[in-house]
Design a protein around this ligand. Structure first.
Ligand code: ZN
Length: 243
């Protein structure tokens, strides 16, 4: 589906407030022994970094997720940086990702620096995934993919600096053409894959099977509430950072 068509070994990095990954190895979704495979957002990148809701410090998503980006811009402004988004940070609705992207398009240095540093941390984490899994492709989706024009060059540069040359050469980095909607599309694809690969099911949707499908979709969405809240301006730093 989407940017991962005709590829058997790929990783979809879903970058919202939190960061998670869908891992497909040999054409099969890798779940781990209890379903937690892909919690890449809680890999420690800085042992002295900011606290994370998981109880650890310096997790990847606290350095490269949407909240980290917004906090970077806010800190720069509080430190006296001149920026067109200063007024937004003082407003009632808070600073959102689209505000930062639009400011960066207008040449705002605070916005561009915040995006560059976030892209660097995204690239470090993706380089780690490339080294660990040696995938054909890494697909970036989630709300941060809306800033791809600023993030992609930094991620590519960081991959050159930090991923081992052979796995880096084998791995294509792309931004999903579904962008933030890729989270939902990917979740549906994973659930369909699970159901249709069960012994004895031929893909026909009996009422029982439809129920299984709906239940699994619901469970998946419950585990990823941010997927349903990124529309309508709900992407400010004030929202829950739970993944
Ligand atoms: Zn964490």
């Amino acid at each position: 589906m989407g940017s991962a068509q005709q590829v058997d070994n790929y990783i979809s990095v879903v970058a919202n407030v939190g960061i998670g990954a869908g891992i497909v190895l040999g054409g099969q979704v890798f779940h781990g022994i209890s379903g937690y495979a892909g919690e890449v957002g809680h890999v420690t990148l800085d042992p002295d970094g900011p606290p994370c809701h998981c109880g650890n410090c310096g997790c990847w998503e606290r350095l490269a997720g949407q909240s980290a980006l917004i906090e970077r811009a806010q800190r720069a402004i509080e430190a006296g940086g001149s920026s067109s988004i200063r007024g937004i940070t003082e407003g009632s609705h808070g600073l959102c990702l689209p505000d930062i992207v639009e400011a960066a398009r207008q040449g705002d240095a605070v916005a561009r620096n915040a995006l560059e540093e976030t892209g660097r941390y995204l690239g470090i984490g993706i380089a780690n995934l490339v080294n660990i899994f040696n995938p054909d492709r890494v697909v970036l989706c989630g709300v941060l993919s809306l800033a791809e024009e600023f993030l992609t060059p930094v991620i590519q540069q960081t991959l050159v600096q930090r991923a081992m040359s052979d796995p880096r050469a084998a791995a294509q980095f792309v931004v999903s053409r579904f962008k933030s909607d890729a989270c939902v599309m990917g979740g549906v694809a994973m659930v369909m894959h699970d159901i249709l690969s069960r012994p004895g099911l031929d893909g026909a949707q009996s009422p029982r099977q439809s129920g299984v499908f709906a239940t699994q979709v619901s469970k998946w969405v419950e585990r990823s509430p941010q997927l349903l809240t990124h529309h309508g301006g709900a992407s400010s730093v004030s929202q829950s950072s739970h993944n």
